[in-house]
Design a protein around this ligand. Structure first.
Ligand code: PMP
Length: 287
């Protein structure tokens, strides 16, 4: 069945949706995005995703073509029109179509940003069987640009990382720079040692995950100890357990790094508990 997508003010069947070949998102990856998960027809962490969208846009001197109220209304309309119970809503804002290809940014008073939203239905998204067995990951060098805090659509290297993981027969890759783990290809990375949850501190080196913020808040509320600092790949391989967080995977246990099993090689108690808390609290607060 064809989806209804949102393109620059219109709801259209996906076959009729059009974006110019001169759009800077297409030509230069001059675009930012957000992914919001839907459980039971409701949006998870929506205010967080909207806040990060504005931050990404402002770091790139890009305007937002719609108000926050319109943004929420568009998300909800797409959920209804596409009958989404569980799934994901992708949003992309591009610098738009200036006509000619040019490295210089167009005048924002003349060229309006473009906006596209589409849905992906994922029935049973929160009941992923992988959460019961955990992910296996490999490490790869982090050769991305220096502003990973901006959520741009430059996803070629993360995509290549996923392919390296696939080729190695595992689930994902952890990115490593100067011996320390930055994050996963499309998620934030954590280890657990002696009951302490350790995850990279916020900086330009990693994406400021919306799921990360919520999970760390819930962990602290549950009196768990959280250390926001860099950790080495060696430290990770010797950890008691590990996990990742993202809007699409929630909290996913990691049971193996570069072939080294963590603990018993099964999802650990901290990751398992945090997944339960995150899903419970986020469903409760979903809008
Ligand atoms: N890091 C990277 C590189 C990502 O692509 C993502 C997901 N888009 C995340 C972390 C997790 O962010 P969030 O929890 O907001 O999905």
């Amino acid at each position: 069945m064809s989806r209804i997508v949102y393109v620059n003010g219109d709801y259209v069947p996906e076959e009729e949706a059009k974006v110019s070949v001169f759009d800077r998102g297409f030509l230069m990856a001059d675009a930012v995005y957000e992914v919001t998960s839907v459980l039971g027809g409701k949006l998870l962490d929506f205010p967080g995703h909207t806040a990060r969208l504005h931050r990404s846009l402002s770091e790139l001197d890009m305007g937002c073509p719609v108000t926050d109220e319109e943004l929420l209304a568009i998300h909800r309309e797409l959920v209804v029109r596409n009958g989404i119970v569980d799934g994901l809503i992708y949003l992309q804002v591009t610098r738009g179509n200036p006509g000619d290809r040019d490295f210089v940014f167009p005048d924002p008073a003349v060229v309006k940003p473009g906006i596209v939203l589409f849905t992906q239905s994922k029935p049973g998204l929160a009941e992923s069987p992988a959460a019961r067995t955990g992910w296996r990951v490999i490490s790869i060098p982090d050769i991305r640009w220096g502003r990973r805090d901006i959520k741009t659509v430059q996803l070629l290297y993360p995509s290549m990382g996923k392919m390296m993981a696939k080729k190695a027969g595992v689930d994902d890759a952890w990115l490593v720079e100067e011996g320390v783990v930055t994050e996963g290809t499309s998620n934030n990375a954590y280890i657990v040692k002696d009951g302490r949850i350790i995850t990279r501190n916020l900086s330009n080196d990693i994406l400021h995950g919306i799921t990360r913020a919520a999970v760390l808040r819930f962990a602290r509320e549950a009196q768990m100890t959280v250390e926001e600092r860099a950790f080495t790949l060696e430290e990770a391989k010797g950890a008691d357990e590990a996990f990742i967080t993202s809007a699409s995977a929630f909290v996913m246990p990691v049971v193996e790094i570069d072939g080294a099993k963590l603990g018993a090689g099964t999802p650990g108690p901290v990751a398992t508990r945090l997944r339960e808390i995150y899903l419970e609290e986020s469903r409760r607060a979903a809008i």
